[in-house]
Design a protein around this ligand. Structure first.
Ligand SMILES: [Zn+2]
Length: 203
């Protein structure tokens, strides 16, 4: 199975000043949902892994989080794509769980659930903690220059703290362009070579 694990905040939706606490506040990064659909059509499964410490801090509840994700799923479906699942860490930073990124617990759960070798998983996101979790998993790492990394450029200098070996893309769409084999603009013509004659005698 081909598996991409995406971050949510800053990768699929723009970063705001505060936590997103209701579905009304959730909007997509332009082009991000279409990029997911392109991945799906090429046979990739897409799963989201997100820290949601606002749950642990009581800023919103699971009902609100489910409503946010239902809106996200609807918008992805509207462009022909699908997010298989959303795995989230509900804990606050001081709860010392093993699933809050940069700890790899959430990503380990996903790769185990889907039965994908960890070094084959593509981990994509805009924040350092997501990529550090991906590095701890031993996955393929991709930084996209949106959200927390909107000030970065794919060929520019990178901040400290990012794991080595990651690849940098301007957007989620650009990541997909790099991942997927180039598709010709038009389908090649059907073979026009005549079939060899069978059983005929040359005159
Ligand atoms: Zn956790």
């Amino acid at each position: 199975m081909k598996l991409v694990i995406l971050d949510r905040d800053g990768t699929l939706n723009p970063l705001g000043e505060d936590y997103i606490t209701s579905a009304d506040e959730w909007t997509a990064v332009p082009g991000a949902l279409e990029a997911i659909a392109r991945l799906n059509h090429a046979g990739w499964h897409v799963v989201v892994a997100t820290n949601q410490p606002g749950l642990g801090r009581g800023l919103f509840d699971v009902v609100a989080l489910n409503a946010i994700h239902a809106k996200m799923h609807r918008q992805v479906a509207a462009v022909g794509g699908r997010i298989d699942a959303v795995f989230y860490c509900p804990h606050a930073a001081d709860e010392e769980c093993t699933c809050r990124k940069p700890a790899p617990g959430l990503l380990e759960q996903i790769s185990d659930r889907y039965g994908v070798e960890r070094h084959d998983v593509q981990v994509v996101g805009s924040c350092v903690a997501h990529l550090q979790a991906g590095a701890a998993l031993g996955a393929q790492l991709h930084l996209v220059c949106t959200g927390q990394s909107a000030q970065l450029h794919p060929v520019g200098p990178l901040p400290a703290g990012l794991p080595p070996g990651l690849r940098v893309h301007a957007s989620l769409g650009d990541f997909v362009d790099q991942l997927l084999p180039a598709v010709p603009a038009t389908a090649p013509p059907l073979a026009a070579t005549p079939l060899p004659a069978v059983g005929g005698l040359a005159s």
